[in-house]
Design a protein around this ligand. Structure first.
Ligand code: SAM
Length: 273
């Protein structure tokens, strides 16, 4: 149904909208995902589909197509050393320098199905002393509406929970057949929202943060989008705020907006004042 020219049109549209760049090598797998959706929804040719996508202003339809192209791979305690650096070094520093009545705000952009912000919540509860003295707010955003619903539900499979320390697994998860349901108290600790990192207005509405985790999303972006996200993160951070990136993520221009430092085993970026 889709020839190469059609593919380029959809790719460019989605790239402008999301920052995600589907390269030529992924054309076949993209078409394999898109074709059944178009058939199910009665689109007989590419033209009518693209017209609706481009000019229809149908947000649900655009959201469905975005949900098809996202890669949501994640699990609890992914790149564990970053959570150690957060709890042992970064949070104590912020805690020490901030008045006690101020909330520390942490953003996971993107959160996917929630494992990353929930891992932070588990680590905070396990450490205990900082939470006893002040409020910490956790916000998780993702462009994929289906995956945000999954995050809110908090039900995980064995593969996803395999690296959670036993004492925390026992304390905060209930086994339900083959699944593990996260405790309501942990669920309540994270505020999830559907938001597009490329949408400056949506991002501004989130307010300012002390720490941003942005892991394993920028690898799907090209240099231009990464640069753009760098500026967005700069604006979202309070002065001296920190960014944790995944080890495979590159952020062009980050070196001029942020200074890099090794804290514990993690390379962390900090906003220049
Ligand atoms: C591979 S997951 C990473 C999840 C988690 N941070 C981790 O490292 O385990 C990448 C996520 O980025 C999200 N994403 C892609 N483009 C986005 C955008 N423009 N705005 C917000 N989220 C986006 C996808 O929906 C997907 O859930």
């Amino acid at each position: 149904m889709l020839n190469y020219k059609d593919f380029i049109k959809v790719r460019d549209f989605l790239y402008r909208k999301t920052g995600i760049y589907i390269d030529d090598k992924k054309q076949d797998s993209f078409i394999k995902k898109l074709a059944p959706y178009l058939e199910e929804n009665g689109y007989e040719n590419f033209r009518s589909f693209f017209h609706t996508l481009r000019f229809g202003n149908n947000q649900n339809f655009i959201q469905d197509i975005i949900n098809l192209i996202t890669v949501n791979e994640t699990y609890f305690y992914r790149e564990k050393h970053q959570f150690e650096s957060l709890i042992d070094i970064v949070l104590p520093k912020i805690h020490k320098s901030k008045p006690r009545n101020e909330t520390i705000r942490i953003l996971c952009a993107p959160s996917s199905s929630g494992e990353e912000p929930y891992t932070i919540a588990l680590n905070l509860l396990d450490e205990g002393t900082i939470l006893a003295e002040r409020d910490i707010e956790l916000v998780g955003i993702d462009i994929d509406s289906k995956i945000i619903n999954k995050a809110k539900k908090g039900t995980y499979n064995k593969r996803s929970i395999q690296f959670i320390p036993n004492h925390l697994l026992k304390k905060f998860f209930k086994v339900d057949g083959l699944n593990f349901n996260i405790d309501n108290m942990i669920k309540g600790a994270v505020n999830f929202k559907v938001a597009n990192i490329m949408d400056k207005r949506q991002m501004r509405q989130l307010g300012k943060f002390d720490i941003i985790f942005s892991r394993n999303m920028l690898i799907y972006f090209d240099d231009e989008s990464r640069r753009d996200v760098g500026v967005t993160f700069y604006d979202l951070l309070k002065s001296d705020g920190y960014i944790f990136l995944g080890h495979a993520d590159k952020m062009s221009r980050i070196s001029s907006l942020f200074r890099t430092q090794k804290l514990g085993k993690s390379l962390i970026y900090q906003k220049y004042k």
